[in-house]
Design a protein around this ligand. Sequence first.
Ligand code: GDP
Ligand code: IMO
Ligand code: MG
Length: 431
Amino acid sequence: MKNTVVVGAQWGDEGKAKITDLLAEYADVIIRYQGGCNAGHTVVVNNETYKFHLIPSGVLYKDKFCFIGAGTVIHPETFLKETEDLKKRGVDLSGLKISPLATVTLPYHIDIDGISENTSGKNKIGTTKKGIGPTYSDKTGRYGIKVQDLFDKELLESRLDAILPLKNKILEKVYESKTYSKEEMLNYCEKYAEIFKPYICNEWIDKLSGFLKEDKKILFEGAQGIMLDIDYGTYPYVTSSSPIGGGAATGSGIGPTYIKNVIGVAKAYITRVGEGPFITELTDKTGETIRNIGGEFGTTTGRPRRCGWFDAVLSRYCTLVGGLTEMAITKIDVFNDFEEIKICTAYKDKRDGKIYKDYPTNINLHKYLEPVYETHKGWKTDISGAKSMEDLPQNAKNYLKRLEELIGIPIKIISVGPDREQTIILENPFK
Ligand code: GDP
Ligand code: IMO
Ligand code: MG
């Protein structure tokens, strides 16, 4: 059993899709287990760029079972657009399947997300406005619509009867927003049931049991990152799902006893989009240089990403709560021209000098904390063509070795450029 989870081990956009795509070649099944179209996952193959939001990043290989699991939220319009765009580009979607238990993002979820963000002033979260929080709130509040509900008119009508009266009151009275009639919602759901029809996998229990029995190789693709996790992230500046390793079990329908490895993907530095604390953030010229060289602009929203030095305190925390067994370090090539590179090894309280080696989860404290850095020499060499460890200059090797020591788990994949080929795989979990 070699089943492997790929999770973001920072605040998202770590290069998970690149790593998923790379490993998908060796897997039989790829499962996206949480999140929705807030994700923006980029895969580059031979200079061709693909941007996925809902669809698993393994879809570029033929003959793989690509499953969108129960832990996800699916926005029908985005799903339609994404599948249409991929089909136009000649991508074979015959292996793409959706769990009937995934939750549907409805138009009012998007309305509420937008209005909440636009009216919250300095208290906004900086969401992607894709309706993620409102959809997950409805799911856990038991006001959600599941994909399977769209195919059962009687059930759908009874769900809408249960949901719409209260939802419309809230939309009208609290959000001063448009309301939705039952007929309008029925039409909407009917239209998208047709779109989902070729993809829905009602036989998912049989399929997944079969894969486990046959010891097929299963790759789980996380979205967002551990620091955006609803329980363990920088709450409330988080997303509304569970990107941690454990989320792969709840979100896919395959229990934790069937998971062997959890690969944490982290950049050689760190970025964040949206609001929330970020102790190693660089608001100076160096931050800008990282942003420009690293192309740090959101895949989903185009927003500039906040950039900072690698934070080993945060990585150790992610290793624990994410259940990480190993790391993939990406974008190390962004430092090709840097004289010096810093790593944060601890935090210091500006008020009394107290040192924190473990991540303090009370984010109110973060404004008093400053990073304690150690400085490493850059390598001033273009490493984007490196194929093995031997091709890396000594200073790059030293930097990676130090990251490994500080995080406490082995680095098994090093990414030196966006393309599938620009990767050093020290150990492949499926081989
Ligand atoms: P994800 O959300 O974790 O899948 O990451 P995104 O796709 O949002 O952002 C990662 C960006 O970095 C994408 O534009 C990738 O093409 C790019 N990328 C991934 N790995 C590397 C790398 O090693 N070096 C460079 N320069 N770019 C990379
Ligand atoms: P991928 O999968 C980076 C951030 C948003 C915001 C917070 C909540 O590409 O790594 P949401 O719309 O989820 O309610 O927003 O989470 N966020 C991401 N940041 N990468 C992502 O996905 C993200 N998905 C959500 O910017 O701060
Ligand atoms: Mg992304």
